[in-house]
Design a protein around this ligand. Structure first.
Ligand SMILES: *Cc1c(COP(=O)(O)O)cnc(C)c1O
Length: 465
């Protein structure tokens, strides 16, 4: 699909972002020129996907489109049991309703925000075991998304009876769309088996991860993406999937597993939360589009084009000396905001400040992966300051051209040139008690006045006058 995108003036953007309380999620899409907020559900579907939608079977139970999706999942990932859901987080909700209980501990590599939300809302805890190297953006390593095996073993040893499963996220989104190697997946499996724990894959970008394995893990170079995918999933007990990423769909998701017991228990939750087990909140045509999307996403030529576009933007940034998480990741570039805005304090949301500046500069919408996203500690309610303050520029699949990437790079260069004038960040006016980044309201430091109404919220809010 092709749609019009609108240019705007700086003055218009200044007003719009103020009205949006400096939260880019609150902008209307036509106030955005190039939208790199997310690669989730924003890709362009193919002619074959649209053709499949025309023959979508909308039967409540046992639709043909469901069986197409089920067969595709069996073929690609080799799971016998699957449940469709309306998107990835719904799969988390359903499966964690079966597997996670109060007091549990879920080790993994940089749990995704909704995944962490679904763990914490059950009064359980996510422990990040990502390798240390991931937190230095300038170290160039092929698999910075890996799980640190020593850290994982420590957690498994210390909390043996409280760990329901180990969660591997591919690619590791929060540290920059960095891949996990097959070697690492195997080692995690071995460790989990030693402690008698299942392993789940949070697989939103599994195809991009397979591409990196093919390109960077010598042994697998001769294998097709589909073979590598089969191999990756042969080491795990189940998967959670957001079809909005490597399913190249506008909506959709699923969970899949070997265990019939998990499937039966999850079916009950799927029915109450999502819909009957053969549609799970999706229309038949959505399931059809997802089945085709999964196949297309595992074609090498598609993946190569996509990842090379991300690299194209990265190379432009190299020329302008703008630092980002190296090497460039699968779906996005993660700008190292701390290295650019050196005078903004961490309490003032460094990456968010950079995101706002880029929007003001040229109407480009990125997203903060920093302190706002990291949220507060569920127990102490203190801000959690992550090691990295990143501005993520996520690139929708099959949507923008390299010319758009040129505009993005130049806009960033302009912000970079005036970086020394950007010395102040933002403070929080309002925040909800969970997943605050979606709905937080901010105000520029200095502009803050006594007029801001008191925060009616059950949680303590950090303030600075
Ligand atoms: C997007 C994503 C999810 C959640 O999926 P939604 O479809 O957005 O609900 C979970 N985990 C990872 C790694 C993701 O990227």
């Amino acid at each position: 699909m092709v749609e019009e995108i609108k240019r705007s003036t700086r003055k218009e953007r200044e007003e719009w972002i103020k009205d949006a309380n400096y939260n880019l999620f609150k902008l209307a899409s036509d106030q955005v020129y190039i939208d790199l907020l997310t690669d989730s559900g924003t890709g362009s579907m193919s002619a074959n996907q649209y053709a499949e939608m025309m023959t979508g079977d909308e039967s409540y139970a046992g639709s043909k489109s469901y069986f197409k999706l089920k067969e595709t999942i069996k073929e690609l990932f080799n799971f016998d049991f699957m449940l469709p859901t309306h998107q990835g987080r719904a799969a988390e909700n359903v499966l964690f309703s079966v597997l996670v209980k109060e007091g549990d501990i879920v080790p993994g590599n940089s749990h995704f925000d909704t995944t962490k939300g679904h763990i914490e809302i059950r009064k359980a805890r996510a422990i990040d075991c990502t390798v240390m190297e991931a937190f230095d953006t300038q170290i160039e390593l092929p698999f910075k998304g890996n799980i640190c095996l020593e850290k994982l073993e420590e957690v498994l040893k210390e909390h043996q009876d409280r760990v329901p499963f180990v969660l591997i996220t591919i690619t590791n989104n929060l540290v920059g769309g960095q891949p996990v190697s097959l070697e690492n997946i195997m080692r995690v499996r071995e460790l989990a088996t030693k402690y008698n724990k299942p392993v789940l894959m949070d697989s939103a970008r599994f195809a991009e991860n397979a591409y990196f394995i093919k390109i960077r893990e010598k042994k697998y170079n001769v294998h097709s993406i589909k073979e590598i995918v089969r191999e990756m999933f042969s080491f795990v007990d189940g998967m959670l999937m957001s079809g909005k990423k490597d399913g190249i769909c506008n909506i959709g998701g699923f969970m899949a597993m070997h265990s019939e017991e998990w499937y039966e228990k999850a079916s009950v939750f799927n029915i109450i939360y999502e819909g009957f087990i053969t549609y799970g909140g999706l229309s038949g045509r959505d399931m059809g589009a997802l089945a085709i999307g999964l196949r297309e996403a595992t074609e090498f030529s598609y993946l190569e084009t996509r990842i090379k576009q991300v690299e194209y933007l990265a190379k432009k940034l190299d020329r302008y000396n703008i630092q980002y998480q190296r090497p460039s990741g699968g779906h996005a570039i993660f700008i190292d905001a701390k290295k650019i805005l050196t005078s903004v304090k961490k309490e003032e949301f460094i990456a968010q400040t950079l995101a706002i500046e880029l929007y003001l500069e040229c109407g480009i919408r990125g997203v903060e992966i920093g302190t706002l996203l990291a949220d507060r500690d569920p127990i102490t309610r203190e801000n959690r300051y992550p090691k990295l303050e990143l501005l993520r520029l996520a690139i929708p699949r099959r949507t923008y051209t390299n010319n758009h990437m040129k505009v993005v790079a130049k806009a960033l260069r302009n912000v970079y040139k005036r970086r020394h004038q950007i010395t102040k960040g933002y403070i929080i006016k309002y925040e909800p008690s969970l997943l605050r980044h979606f709905s937080v309201d901010l105000a520029p430091i200095g502009a803050i006045t006594k007029e801001i109404p008191a925060i009616k919220n059950e949680i303590e809010v950090h303030r600075e006058d």
